[in-house]
Design a protein around this ligand. Sequence first.
Ligand code: CA
Length: 218
Amino acid sequence: MKSKSFLVPDDIYDYMLKTTLRETPVQRELRERTAAMPQARMQTGPDQLQLLQLLVRAIGARRCIEVGVYTGASALAVALALPEGGSIVACDVNEEYTAIAEEFWERAGVTNKIDLRLAPAVETLSDLLAQQGSYDFAYIDADKTNYDAYYELVLQLLRPGGLIAVDNVLWGGDVANPAQRDPDTVALRNLNEKIGRDERIDVSFLTIGDGLSLVRKR
Ligand code: CA
Protein backbone atom coordinates (compact mmCIF):
# COMPACT_ATOMS: atom_id res chain seq x y z
CA MET A 1 0.00 0.00 0.00
CA LYS A 2 1.52 3.26 -1.12
CA SER A 3 -1.02 5.74 0.21
CA LYS A 4 -1.26 7.08 -3.31
CA SER A 5 -4.27 8.82 -4.72
CA PHE A 6 -7.01 6.43 -5.79
CA LEU A 7 -7.45 8.78 -8.75
CA VAL A 8 -3.95 8.18 -10.14
CA PRO A 9 -3.09 4.98 -12.04
CA ASP A 10 -0.19 2.97 -10.56
CA ASP A 11 2.15 3.49 -13.51
CA ILE A 12 1.63 7.27 -13.44
CA TYR A 13 2.21 7.37 -9.69
CA ASP A 14 5.37 5.27 -10.01
CA TYR A 15 6.59 7.67 -12.70
CA MET A 16 6.02 10.67 -10.42
CA LEU A 17 7.93 9.05 -7.58
CA LYS A 18 10.72 7.85 -9.83
CA THR A 19 11.29 11.27 -11.37
CA THR A 20 10.95 13.62 -8.38
CA LEU A 21 10.72 11.85 -5.01
CA ARG A 22 13.37 13.05 -2.58
CA GLU A 23 13.31 10.83 0.43
CA THR A 24 16.11 10.25 2.93
CA PRO A 25 17.11 6.65 3.74
CA VAL A 26 15.50 6.93 7.19
CA GLN A 27 12.26 8.22 5.65
CA ARG A 28 12.25 5.31 3.24
CA GLU A 29 12.83 2.77 6.01
CA LEU A 30 10.02 4.25 8.07
CA ARG A 31 7.70 4.09 5.07
CA GLU A 32 8.54 0.46 4.45
CA ARG A 33 8.24 -0.50 8.10
CA THR A 34 4.87 1.23 8.40
CA ALA A 35 3.58 -0.36 5.19
CA ALA A 36 3.88 -3.76 6.89
CA MET A 37 1.75 -2.68 9.85
CA PRO A 38 -1.99 -2.87 10.45
CA GLN A 39 -3.68 0.41 9.49
CA ALA A 40 -0.83 1.09 7.05
CA ARG A 41 -3.26 3.01 4.88
CA MET A 42 -3.19 5.77 7.51
CA GLN A 43 0.33 6.58 6.36
CA THR A 44 0.65 9.78 4.33
CA GLY A 45 2.08 9.12 0.86
CA PRO A 46 5.67 10.15 0.16
CA ASP A 47 4.64 12.58 -2.61
CA GLN A 48 2.34 14.33 -0.16
CA LEU A 49 5.05 14.45 2.50
CA GLN A 50 7.27 16.15 -0.04
CA LEU A 51 4.51 18.70 -0.71
CA LEU A 52 4.31 19.44 3.04
CA GLN A 53 8.07 20.00 3.05
CA LEU A 54 7.84 22.37 0.10
CA LEU A 55 5.05 24.35 1.78
CA VAL A 56 7.01 24.62 5.03
CA ARG A 57 10.00 25.96 3.13
CA ALA A 58 7.92 28.20 0.84
CA ILE A 59 6.37 30.14 3.73
CA GLY A 60 9.52 30.06 5.84
CA ALA A 61 7.71 28.21 8.60
CA ARG A 62 9.48 27.90 11.96
CA ARG A 63 6.67 26.86 14.27
CA CYS A 64 4.43 23.99 13.22
CA ILE A 65 1.67 21.77 14.57
CA GLU A 66 0.69 18.25 13.66
CA VAL A 67 -2.56 16.65 14.76
CA GLY A 68 -2.22 12.88 14.31
CA VAL A 69 1.28 11.42 14.40
CA TYR A 70 0.74 7.70 13.69
CA THR A 71 4.28 6.33 13.08
CA GLY A 72 5.81 9.75 12.62
CA ALA A 73 6.46 10.16 8.88
CA SER A 74 4.79 13.55 8.54
CA ALA A 75 6.43 15.06 11.64
CA LEU A 76 9.74 13.68 10.37
CA ALA A 77 9.23 15.25 6.94
CA VAL A 78 8.30 18.62 8.44
CA ALA A 79 11.19 18.52 10.91
CA LEU A 80 13.64 17.79 8.10
CA ALA A 81 12.31 20.82 6.21
CA LEU A 82 12.50 23.17 9.20
CA PRO A 83 15.50 25.45 9.72
CA GLU A 84 17.67 25.21 12.85
CA GLY A 85 15.58 26.42 15.78
CA GLY A 86 12.33 25.43 14.08
CA SER A 87 9.93 23.12 15.88
CA ILE A 88 6.77 21.07 15.52
CA VAL A 89 4.28 20.21 18.24
CA ALA A 90 3.10 16.67 17.44
CA CYS A 91 -0.22 15.58 18.96
CA ASP A 92 -1.35 11.98 19.36
CA VAL A 93 -2.73 9.58 21.96
CA ASN A 94 -1.25 6.27 20.76
CA GLU A 95 1.89 5.21 22.65
CA GLU A 96 2.54 2.13 20.55
CA TYR A 97 2.70 3.93 17.21
CA THR A 98 4.46 7.03 18.52
CA ALA A 99 7.17 4.81 20.03
CA ILE A 100 8.04 3.82 16.46
CA ALA A 101 7.91 7.50 15.48
CA GLU A 102 10.36 8.43 18.24
CA GLU A 103 12.76 5.69 17.19
CA PHE A 104 12.92 7.04 13.64
CA TRP A 105 13.07 10.71 14.70
CA GLU A 106 16.08 9.79 16.82
CA ARG A 107 17.76 8.04 13.94
CA ALA A 108 17.12 11.03 11.64
CA GLY A 109 18.58 13.41 14.24
CA VAL A 110 15.46 15.58 14.55
CA THR A 111 14.22 14.83 18.08
CA ASN A 112 15.24 18.32 19.19
CA LYS A 113 12.74 19.78 16.71
CA ILE A 114 9.75 17.60 17.65
CA ASP A 115 7.67 18.18 20.76
CA LEU A 116 5.49 15.06 21.12
CA ARG A 117 2.38 15.57 23.26
CA LEU A 118 0.64 12.35 24.24
CA ALA A 119 -2.82 13.66 25.10
CA PRO A 120 -6.10 14.32 23.33
CA ALA A 121 -5.23 16.94 20.71
CA VAL A 122 -8.08 19.25 21.72
CA GLU A 123 -6.43 19.51 25.15
CA THR A 124 -2.97 20.15 23.72
CA LEU A 125 -4.22 22.74 21.23
CA SER A 126 -6.21 24.48 23.99
CA ASP A 127 -3.03 24.59 26.10
CA LEU A 128 -1.12 26.17 23.21
CA LEU A 129 -3.90 28.76 22.86
CA ALA A 130 -3.77 29.54 26.57
CA GLN A 131 -0.04 30.19 26.11
CA GLN A 132 -0.92 32.57 23.26
CA GLY A 133 1.22 30.60 20.85
CA SER A 134 1.49 31.66 17.21
CA TYR A 135 2.18 29.11 14.48
CA ASP A 136 3.03 29.15 10.78
CA PHE A 137 1.95 25.74 9.54
CA ALA A 138 -0.30 22.88 10.63
CA TYR A 139 -1.10 19.41 9.33
CA ILE A 140 -4.41 17.86 10.42
CA ASP A 141 -4.53 14.09 9.93
CA ALA A 142 -6.27 12.40 12.86
CA ASP A 143 -9.70 11.13 13.94
CA LYS A 144 -12.19 12.56 11.48
CA THR A 145 -15.10 13.24 13.85
CA ASN A 146 -12.92 15.77 15.69
CA TYR A 147 -11.66 17.50 12.54
CA ASP A 148 -13.92 20.50 12.99
CA ALA A 149 -12.66 21.07 16.54
CA TYR A 150 -9.03 20.72 15.38
CA TYR A 151 -9.65 23.10 12.49
CA GLU A 152 -11.15 25.80 14.71
CA LEU A 153 -8.39 25.57 17.33
CA VAL A 154 -5.57 25.46 14.77
CA LEU A 155 -7.05 28.42 12.89
CA GLN A 156 -6.87 30.47 16.09
CA LEU A 157 -3.27 29.38 16.66
CA LEU A 158 -2.16 30.32 13.15
CA ARG A 159 -0.66 33.66 12.22
CA PRO A 160 -2.27 35.52 9.29
CA GLY A 161 -0.75 34.04 6.13
CA GLY A 162 -0.15 30.72 7.88
CA LEU A 163 -1.18 27.44 6.25
CA ILE A 164 -3.22 24.43 7.34
CA ALA A 165 -3.12 21.21 5.33
CA VAL A 166 -6.21 19.09 6.04
CA ASP A 167 -5.82 15.45 5.02
CA ASN A 168 -8.29 12.82 3.76
CA VAL A 169 -10.83 15.38 2.57
CA LEU A 170 -11.90 13.06 -0.29
CA TRP A 171 -12.24 10.01 2.02
CA GLY A 172 -11.95 7.62 -0.90
CA GLY A 173 -14.65 9.62 -2.71
CA ASP A 174 -17.30 8.92 -0.07
CA VAL A 175 -17.78 12.63 0.70
CA ALA A 176 -19.24 13.07 -2.79
CA ASN A 177 -21.74 10.25 -2.29
CA PRO A 178 -24.80 11.49 -0.32
CA ALA A 179 -25.79 7.89 0.44
CA GLN A 180 -22.68 7.55 2.65
CA ARG A 181 -23.76 8.66 6.10
CA ASP A 182 -21.26 7.13 8.51
CA PRO A 183 -19.87 9.55 11.14
CA ASP A 184 -16.43 9.96 9.57
CA THR A 185 -17.81 10.73 6.11
CA VAL A 186 -20.40 13.15 7.50
CA ALA A 187 -17.74 14.96 9.57
CA LEU A 188 -15.46 15.37 6.55
CA ARG A 189 -18.32 16.40 4.24
CA ASN A 190 -19.54 19.03 6.72
CA LEU A 191 -16.03 20.42 7.20
CA ASN A 192 -15.41 20.57 3.44
CA GLU A 193 -18.62 22.58 3.00
CA LYS A 194 -17.76 24.85 5.90
CA ILE A 195 -14.24 25.47 4.59
CA GLY A 196 -15.69 26.18 1.14
CA ARG A 197 -17.64 29.16 2.46
CA ASP A 198 -15.28 30.20 5.27
CA GLU A 199 -14.48 33.92 4.85
CA ARG A 200 -11.55 33.71 7.27
CA ILE A 201 -9.44 31.72 4.85
CA ASP A 202 -8.39 31.04 1.24
CA VAL A 203 -8.59 27.41 0.12
CA SER A 204 -7.42 25.02 -2.57
CA PHE A 205 -8.81 21.47 -2.63
CA LEU A 206 -6.07 19.17 -3.97
CA THR A 207 -6.62 15.63 -5.26
CA ILE A 208 -3.22 14.43 -4.04
CA GLY A 209 -3.34 11.33 -1.80
CA ASP A 210 -6.82 10.95 -0.33
CA GLY A 211 -7.54 14.65 -0.91
CA LEU A 212 -5.75 17.50 0.82
CA SER A 213 -7.25 20.94 1.44
CA LEU A 214 -4.73 23.75 1.66
CA VAL A 215 -6.08 26.53 3.81
CA ARG A 216 -4.44 29.94 4.18
CA LYS A 217 -5.49 32.15 7.07
CA ARG A 218 -6.40 35.67 5.92
CA1 CA B 1 -4.27 10.68 6.44
